[in-house]
Design a protein. Structure first.
Ligand code: GLN
Length: 483
């Protein structure tokens, strides 16, 4: 569902901007529509950890002021946007879904959010997520899980579950999430929205609470492909405050997206259609591939032979980097501090023990082990070598095809609690997404159908480094062919 006008036409970003510019509707009325939806639905869904009505309405009024003066409105004028709670927005809380950051307020604003604000967006509030973005179901949030708007007994996916659910329930027109091993694409697939994983380096991470620095990326969620392209165009680009951000020019991502797929070579990797793929997901993905073929794409079977190693490789690299990044949460500098400790080291220990949840502790322990003397070569170094092989699989494939098509996740949204006691089965929910994360390439998830119970299914489209325009073009075709 999207925020709807009286005529029930779903709102797109350009509709919002045009109706504010023409005076047909005020910017404040769009923000209010989202707040109404939050009031109506979020007690059940729990996508927001904090909302920011006053600041949002102030921002909206300033957009209305510009419109009244007849000035040219910026590209996201009046667009109500929610932000995953791992990103800093000055003055607002930033918990990363963790007790250890309870009460912490951001002293500055992340570059991606600053760019949204400079483009006229209205920031509604901060969105629930798995603690430090570690998880695939949102059940690891210290503040309680998010529920899937399509079926309240199901998870929305994770870790950016709040970001996906908010768009799916019309509680924001767009949101930002982060993806380290699948946390944008998998919840987008579970909630029936579009979610982009930009190329590593495409979007500045200044102001992101780091999980695994060689993998973390920021990207948008929206209800349709064009809006996703628009938001990506705003947040992408070089940032002197992030040394890992690329200085490659940002193209107009909407310019080429309607060109269709005729003549494009699209690869379908056999490894992604093997055991463990739910038949409902397979059917929806194959139907989409058939539609693309009928629209003139050349569908080519390909192989990504090291895929099998991706999950263990990811869970070594991600946990190793997490153990280093999370060392800063010591009870001294941010958020939660255990009371009444006799010594400094007891205070550290008790703050970390009380502040971190079980999954975060598991990852710190796994990661510390993988990096420790005597084990580094066997685990971390080996994982880096396999990572190279996985990246080379993609490079070879992209010599033959323009983009790659796979399911986003092996199943539709599962039930709350279904995998909560089995970390390995939870880790397998990322089986189709971690490869692109390790390779640094771009991709997205676009809805491609529903299961018989009405649960959304996502198609993952992967592209070469910095070839977001191609991925968006294919996604636009998938979206159009379904209508
Ligand atoms: N589910 C994966 C994990 O738990 C991915 C998380 C993410 O992309 N932030 O690590």
């Amino acid at each position: 569902m999207t925020v709807e006008t009286a005529a029930t036409k779903p709102l797109s970003i350009s509709n919002i901007r045009d109706s504010i510019a023409s005076g047909a509707r005020s910017s404040s009325s769009f923000a209010e529509a989202c707040f109404c939806q939050i009031d109506a639905r979020d007690a059940q869904i729990h996508a927001y950890l904090s909302i920011n009505r006053e600041r949002a309405l102030e921002q909206a009024m300033s957009m209305d002021g510009l419109a009244k003066k007849g000035e040219v409105l910026p590209v996201l004028a009046g667009v109500p946007i929610g932000i995953k709670d791992v990103l800093m927005v000055e003055g607002l809380q930033a918990t990363a879904g963790s007790r250890i950051l309870e009460g912490y307020r951001a002293p500055y604003t992340a570059t991606a959010v600053k760019k949204l604000e400079a483009a006229g967006a209205i920031i509604l509030g901060k969105l629930n997520c798995d603690e430090f973005a570690m998880g695939s179901s949102n059940e690891n949030s210290a503040y309680g899980p998010v529920r899937n708007p399509h079926a309240l007994d199901r998870v929305p996916g994770g870790s950016s579950g709040g970001s996906a659910a908010a768009v799916a329930a019309g509680m924001a027109v767009a949101t930002l999430g982060t993806d380290t091993g699948g946390s944008i694409r998998q919840p987008a697939s579970f909630c029936g929205v579009v979610g982009i994983l930009p190329t590593y380096g495409r979007v500045s991470r200044y102001g992101l609470i780091a999980f695994a620095s060689s993998l973390d990326r920021i990207g948008p969620f929206t209800a349709n492909v064009r809006d996703a392209a628009t938001v990506l165009g705003v947040i992408a680009g070089h940032d002197p405050l992030d040394a890992t951000s690329s200085s490659q020019l940002v193209p107009d991502y909407t310019a080429e997206m309607d060109k269709g797929v005729a003549g494009l070579r699209l690869g379908v990797p056999s490894e992604y259609f093997a055991e463990g793929l739910d038949p409902k997901v397979r059917a929806a993905v194959e139907r989409s591939i058939d539609q693309l073929r009928a629209a003139g794409a050349v569908i080519k079977p390909i192989s990504l032979p090291h895929t099998h190693y991706a999950i263990p490789t990811y869970y070594i690299i991600a946990t190793a980097e997490a153990s280093a990044n999370l060392a800063r949460f010591d009870g001294v500098r941010y958020g939660f501090r255990a009371k009444d400790s006799d010594t400094l080291s007891a205070m550290y220990r008790r703050s970390r023990d009380g502040g971190f949840g079980p999954e975060v502790k598991r990852r710190i322990m796994l990661g510390t082990y993988a990096l420790s003397a005597g084990y580094y070569d066997a685990y971390y170094k080996k994982a880096q070598q396999v990572r190279r092989l996985l990246a080379e699989d993609f490079l070879k494939a992209f010599a033959e095809v323009d983009a790659i098509l796979t399911p986003t996740a092996p199943t539709p949204a599962f039930r709350l609690g279904e995998k909560a006691d089995d970390p390995v089965s939870m880790y397998l929910a990322d089986i189709y997404t971690v490869t692109a994360s390790l390779a640094g390439i771009c991709g997205l998830s676009v809805p491609c159908g529903k299961s018989r119970e009405g649960l959304p299914i996502g198609l993952q489209i992967l592209g070469k480094h910095f070839d977001e325009a191609m991925v968006l073009r294919v996604a636009q075709a998938v979206e159009t062919l379904q209508q």
